[in-house]
Design a protein around this ligand. Structure first.
Ligand code: SAM
Length: 257
């Protein structure tokens, strides 16, 4: 029986309990796990945050976003994730990028972490989907983690044509108008919206090539998992298709009012 955090991690990475332990191997070629990191780095640069700013990265994965923010801007970053192998990789990378003194990586359920209020200058929720539920719920939680006037960055998207989506993990997706209403339900200020669709398409193609390659290698090593691995690859391909055809990728910067 999996715990809540295991279920949340499995859902966020669309993998079942059997494959979860093999995920670090399947995703070994990827540092950033789905977010539009270059656009996040660029948009953060426009906010005029001082070098000693404190950043929270919820579901930081291997630290692909946090570490590059620390390296580029000198920010102090705290990354929270429940996958220990990803956090170990993040710690290694922070040494490689010479920013380990600016980075703290914590193994914790993000649902638990946000129960306590914090005063970060910036909080990031990148490629985490509907882990906190609707966009309204996400913003409700994110804004408890920042000071007044602090920023929230959400890297996700909205539905191009329909009003809802049946796919598991896509329940939070809405049309553009509803998404914006939810994002701004607390009367915060939308500072910037950046389209990430073109970049995501490229990232997803690269992501799929690595996953296929590592998936087939794992089948050679563990033939008893062949069906599981093949269906994981199929599910990822299907997700890429849905993302490409039905979701408009967007990055929102919202300032807490
Ligand atoms: C798709 S990845 C995105 C990682 C990172 N933001 C990036 O773009 O590289 C989702 C991450 O969220 C983590 N995660 C999912 N649910 C979680 C939870 N409840 N608590 C902590 N981490 C969680 C997973 O372990 C995974 O590293």
């Amino acid at each position: 029986m999996s715990t809540d955090i295991e279920r949340s991690i499995s859902d966020s990475l669309e993998v079942n309990d059997v494959l979860l332990p093999h995920l670090p191997l399947l995703l070994q070629d990827l540092w950033v796990l789905g977010s539009s990191v270059d656009q996040i780095l660029e948009v953060v640069g426009t906010l005029g945050l001082p070098n000693d700013s404190k950043v929270l990265d919820l579901g930081c994965g291997k630290g692909g976003v946090s570490i590059q923010l620390a390296a580029k801007y000198g920010f102090h970053v705290v990354g929270i994730d429940g996958m220990i192998p990803f956090l170990n990789e993040a710690k290694k990378k922070s040494v490689e990028y010479k920013v380990s003194q600016l980075c703290e990586f914590i193994n914790q359920d993000i649902n638990e972490f946000v129960l306590q209020e914090h005063e970060f200058d910036l909080v990031i929720l990148a490629a985490l989907g509907g882990i906190f539920g609707s966009f309204g719920h996400s913003v409700g939680k994110l804004r408890t983690q920042i000071r007044s006037g602090g920023y929230m960055i959400i890297d996700d998207g909205f539905l191009r044509k329909s009003d809802s989506h049946k796919r598991k993990g896509y329940e939070h997706y809405k049309n553009y108008e509803t998404t914006l209403q939810e994002l701004l339900a607390f009367n915060d200020h939308l500072i910037k919206e950046v389209s990430t669709s073109a970049v995501s398409k490229k990232i997803n193609e690269e992501y799929m090539n690595f996953i296929r390659k590592r998936g087939y290698e794992l089948i050679q090593k563990l033939p008893e998992l062949e069906n599981e691995i093949r269906s994981y690859i199929r599910l990822q391909e299907e997700e890429c298709e849905v993302l490409e055809n039905e979701i408009e990728g967007a990055l929102w910067v919202i300032q807490k009012g």
